[in-house]
Design a protein around this ligand. Structure first.
Ligand code: NI
Length: 165
């Protein structure tokens, strides 16, 4: 399992719901947690490791135990939005201000398929929303002004071309 970076088409795929909650799913999420920890991330979505299933890992601020969310769905979000600097493991070293709802409710299943509902605010809400976007092929740069996005992606594409040598 390895991290996928901007430019990889898997990051633009729409992920599918999980119907089978088995041991292999548990093992898959354990590997995801390992990748997230190795890269010092606070969240990771399955497409970032090349998988198109609706799985996200979220590390709540101040906690050491990650939250595993299967088939997560946002059921409500606040009108009020907060702007804060955001990054993504698929865009190393890149940070930009992104506006997001300050409070959300999210429904998800755990590894046994049991349903939960969680109310989150602040940084936790932001991380969840960022990771859930990944499941629909949406990236944090998509929230930026078109000009900012254009200049960032142009820089990234140039870098990719030069790295290929
Ligand atoms: Ni991300």
């Amino acid at each position: 399992m390895h991290l996928r970076y901007f430019g990889d088409s898997v990051l633009r795929t729409k992920c599918l719901d999980i119907e089978c909650f088995d041991q292999s799913l548990t093992e898959f999420t354990e590997s995801m947690i390992k990748v997230m920890r190795e890269k010092d991330g606070v969240g990771l979505a399955a497409p970032q490791v090349g998988d198109n299933r609706r799985i996200v890992i979220v590390l709540p601020p101040g906690k050491s135990k990650p939250l595993i969310m299967i088939n997560p769905v946002v059921t409500s979000k606040s009108e009020s939005r907060v702007v804060y600097e955001e990054g993504c493991l698929s865009f190393p070293g890149m940070y930009e201000d992104v506006a997001r709802p300050s409070e959300i409710s999210v429904q998800y299943c755990d590894l046994s398929g049991q349903k939960f509902e969680l109310n989150a605010e602040g940084m936790l809400a932001r991380i969840i929303l960022h990771e859930l976007d990944h499941l629909d092929g949406k990236l944090f740069i998509d929230h930026l002004h078109w000009w900012t996005r254009f200049s960032l992606t142009t820089q990234l594409r140039m870098k990719l071309i030069f790295n290929r040598g």
